[in-house]
Design a protein around this ligand. Structure first.
Ligand code: ADP
Ligand code: GLC
Length: 472
C-alpha cells in the first residue's frame, strides 16, 4: 500500500536553492516513488517559485488572513509529483536571498514567515488538500518545525504522523517570547519541556519535542547531535528522544551528477580546461577544488593556514564560494598573491560542475558537517575527497590510512582533529600519493565505484514513514 507523505521545506531544487537541503528535498519524491511512498512537497511562494508556476496556476485553497495578509495554496509539479506552493505575498514576495534582507541580515519577520509555512502544513495535515490527505508529514529544519505544535492545537496530532529532519542544528529558528501570540503558539508549550529555549521560542526544539520521530542526514551526525560538543544546546533534548532519533545518509542525484568520462583517466582534458578557465598555470601537482558556503562551519579558515605549505609542495587551489566577507576577502588576497590559487566568489552551478570534473581532490575541512554533498560528487567523479572526520564526511569516505591502503579500499583522505596542522599533514600525504600513479588510480576506481545514490537511504526513509502511519 502506498504511504502518503507531505514534505515541507523552505527550499527545493530545481526551484530555489541556498544549500544541500534544497538538493535533498528536491530528490526525495522521485527517490521514494520506488518505495511506494507518494511524497508531495510544500514550499513557500518566493518570486522564483511563483514564476515557475506560470501565469494562472490552479488555486487549491484561499484564506483572508495568514499572519497579516491573504494566502493561497497553488498547485504545481515537482518532477512527476504534485507540488504545493504557499503564496503569501506579504511574507514571500521579496527580491534576493530567501532568508536575508538587503543588509545581509535575516529578515526580522523570519519567525512569522516560516511559522506560516508550518501552519499551512498543519492545515493540510488536518484537513487534506487537493482530494489528498497525508498520513505522515516530513518537516525539514526549523522552518517547518512548528508544524506538530499547530497539529496538536488543531486536534489532528493523533491522526497524522510527523518526523522532523535536522539538516543543520546550527539553525534553530529562535524568536523572542513576546511573539508567542503573534505566532499563534499555545502557552502550554512555552516551558523547558516544550519549545522554550532559554526564554525564547525555538522552532527546531518544537519539532524535536513534539514530532513522533526525528531524523538527521547521517548516522554519525545523529550520534554527534546527542553530545555537548555538537548538539548546540539541544543535545539534552535529543538524548531524551534517543530512541526516536535516526540518521539516514543523504544521497546525490546520480543523473544530475554523472562524470563525462568512464574512468578517471578521462579527467585530463577537463583538468586542463579548468586550469585555463580559472587562469591557473600548467602543473604536475594536484589541483584541489572547493565548492562551499563560506562560513565558520566549513572550516575554510583552516585551509587558509594550510595553503602556503600545500602550494610549496606543488599543489594548486581553485575555490568557488560565497558567504562570509572576511573569508572571501582573505581568499581573494591569497589568489592575488599566488599564481597557484584561483578564487571565484559567487554562486555558479556550471563552475561547480567544472571544478568537480577537472579537480584531482575536493576539500571539505568542515568543523561539523551533518552530511555534506560535495564529497559525494567528488567520489562519483574520481575527485578524491579530503575531509574532516566528522558527521556525514566520516560516513562517506574511506581514508587512505595505512590499513585502508593495505586493504586497497581507500576512497579519499580524512583528518582529525579538525586543525590546520592536521589538514596540512593530510595535504602532504595527498601530494605524496598523487606522485604514485598506481595507488592514486586505484583510489579513484574505488571512489567512483562507491555507492552515492539514493537507493539504500530511500529504503530507510520508506521504512521510517511506514512506521509513523497512525491507524484510524
Ligand atoms: P550545505 O548544505 O551545508 O551548504 P552541502 O554539501 O550539503 O552543504 O550542499 C551544498 C550544495 O550547494 C552542493 O550541491 C554544492 O555544490 C552547492 N554549492 C555550494 N556553494 C556553491 C557555489 N558557490 N556555487 C554553486 N554551488 C554551490
Ligand atoms: C545542511 C548541512 C549539510 C547537508 C545538507 C543536506 O545544509 O550543512 O551537511 O548535506 O543540509 O542535508
Amino acid at each position: 500500500m502506498t504511504t502518503r507523505v507531505l514534505s515541507v521545506a523552505s527550499e527545493c531544487v530545481p526551484l530555489v536553492k541556498t544549500g544541500g537541503l534544497a538538493d535533498v528535498a528536491g530528490a526525495l519524491p522521485a527517490a521514494l516513488a520506488a518505495e511506494e511512498v507518494e511524497m508531495r512537497t510544500l514550499v513557500p511562494g518566493y518570486p522564483v517559485v511563483r514564476a515557475a508556476l506560470g501565469k494562472e496556476p490552479e488555486v487549491l485553497s484561499e484564506r483572508v488572513d495568514l499572519f497579516g495578509g491573504p494566502a493561497r495554496v497553488l498547485k504545481g509539479k515537482l518532477g512527476k509529483q504534485a507540488l504545493y506552493v504557499l503564496d503569501a505575498p506579504h511574507l514571500y514576495d521579496r527580491p534576493g536571498n530567501i532568508y536575508l534582507g538587503p543588509d545581509g541580515q535575516d529578515w526580522p519577520d523570519n519567525p512569522v514567515r516560516f511559522a506560516a509555512l508550518s501552519r499551512a502544513a498543519a492545515q493540510i495535515g488536518a484537513e487534506g488538500i487537493d482530494g489528498w490527505t497525508p498520513q505522515v508529514i516530513q518537516l525539514h529544519d526549523w522552518q517547518a518545525a512548528l508544524t506538530p505544535v499547530y497539529l496538536h492545537d488543531m486536534g489532528a496530532a493523533d491522526r497524522v504522523g510527523t518526523v522532523t529532519t535536522i539538516h543543520n542544528i546550527a539553525f534553530q529558528g529562535l524568536a523572542p517570547a513576546t511573539m508567542l501570540s503573534q505566532l499563534g503558539l499555545p502557552s502550554w508549550g512555552f516551558n523547558p519541556q516544550g519549545f522554550e529555549f532559554y526564554g525564547k521560542i525555538s522552532a527546531l526544539k518544537a519539532g524535536i519535542v513534539y514530532s513522533d520521530a526525528i531524523s538527521t542526514v547521517s548516522p554519525t551526525y545523529a550520534n554527534e547531535l546527542m553530545t555537548m560538543e555538537f548538539g548546540m544546546g539541544l543535545d539534552g533534548v535529543l538524548r531524551q528522544r534517543r530512541k526516536d532519533l535516526t540518521g539516514i545518509l543523504n544521497g546525490i542525484d546520480e543523473d544530475a551528477w554523472t562524470p563525462p568520462y568512464k574512468t578517471a583517466r578521462g579527467k585530463a582534458k577537463h583538468r586542463a580546461a579548468l586550469r585555463e578557465r580559472m587562469g591557473l598555470p600548467d602543473s604536475d601537482g594536484p589541483l584541489a577544488v572547493v565548492i562551499s558556503r563560506l562560513t565558520q562551519q566549513k572550516g575554510l579558515d583552516l585551509l587558509l593556514d594550510a595553503l602556503p605549505g600545500f602550494l610549496e609542495m606543488g599543489g594548486q587551489l581553485a575555490l568557488l564560494g560565497s558567504g562570509d566577507k572576511a573569508l572571501s576577502d582573505a581568499y581573494l588576497r591569497a589568489a592575488e598573491r599566488n599564481p597557484g590559487v584561483a578564487v571565484e566568489i559567487g554562486y555558479d552551478e556550471s563552475l561547480a560542475r567544472a571544478l568537480v570534473t577537472g579537480g584531482d581532490v575536493i576539500l571539505v575541512p568542515s568543523r561539523f558537517e551533518p552530511c555534506g554533498l560535495t564529497q559525494m560528487y567528488g567520489l562519483r567523479f574520481g575527485t578524491l575527497p579530503v575531509v574532516a572526520l566528522t558527521g556525514g564526511l566520516a560516513d562517506t569516505v574511506i581514508p587512505a590510512s595505512a590499513a585502508g591502503l593495505a586493504a586497497g579500499v581507500a576512497t579519499g583522505f580524512q583528518f582529525h582533529p579538525v586543525t590546520a596542522q592536521a589538514l596540512s599533514d593530510t595535504l602532504a600525504q595527498v601530494v605524496d600519493l598523487f606522485r604514485q600513479p598506481a595507488i592514486w588510480a586505484k583510489m579513484q576506481r574505488n571512489a567512483m565505484a562507491h555507492p552515492v545514490g539514493w537507493s539504500a537511504s530511500a529504503g530507510a526513509y520508506g521504512a521510517l514513514f511506514r512506521s509513523l502511519v497512525k491507524q484510524p
